[in-house]
Design a protein around this ligand. Structure first.
Ligand SMILES: [Fe+2]
Ligand SMILES: [Fe+2]
Length: 185
């Protein structure tokens, strides 16, 4: 039977696929404004709310704990991992700031809309690069650990919090976003 590391890696990879879909939607709003249209601020706000509620609060902490496990078991294979928590922190900071600006209902002039979209695209780029690094490098270090027979965790790495959008039961505040993803599929 697969152990907790296998299980967690599978959840993390699913999260990445889901987040990539949301980033595509976010980037679509960037294309829209550069083509002369108006970005859908509600959609962007819903996406950033999900990033804050789930990615920052559940996905990244799960990874931090799992990486700590790897560092504890194989410190010799922890090279370059020091910056991962810092990247999580920066993503959370940028994401929260974007969310607050999107939730601010005061009307926005063309310049502030453009700066909002530019920052959203920068965030999308950072998160995408971060996920690529994890998949191409960090997750593989954990795969290797599992392949060598270490599929247990000494620390409580499991965070028992359901995904409010992709977790089977959609929370009310994410229903519009869910519909949008379903229409896009
Ligand atoms: Fe991460
Ligand atoms: Fe991740």
């Amino acid at each position: 039977m697969p152990g907790p590391i296998t299980q967690l890696l599978s959840e993390l990879r699913t999260d990445h696929r889901n987040m990539a879909r949301l980033l595509k939607l976010l980037e679509g709003e960037g294309d829209r404004i550069y083509a002369g249209g108006d970005p859908d601020l509600r959609l962007m706000g819903d996406i950033m709310r999900y990033m804050s509620t789930y990615s920052d609060a559940v996905h990244h902490p799960k990874e931090d704990r799992l990486y700590a496990e790897l560092r504890a078991v194989r410190p010799d294979r922890a090279g370059g991992m020091g910056r991962v928590s810092e990247e999580h922190r920066v993503l959370e900071q940028q994401g929260t700031s974007l969310l607050h600006r999107l939730e601010d209902s005061r009307s926005k002039d063309a310049d502030s809309l453009r700066s909002l979209v530019t920052d959203a695209l920068r965030y999308a780029d950072l998160l995408r690069k971060h996920m690529r690094w994890e998949e191409a490098d960090l997750f593989r270090r954990l795969d290797k650990l599992v392949a060598e027979g270490h599929d247990a965790t000494s620390k409580a790495v499991v965070i028992d919090r359901r995904d409010p959008l992709f977790g089977g039961e959609v929370e009310k505040r994410f229903e519009d976003l869910y519909q949008r993803i379903a229409n896009d599929a």
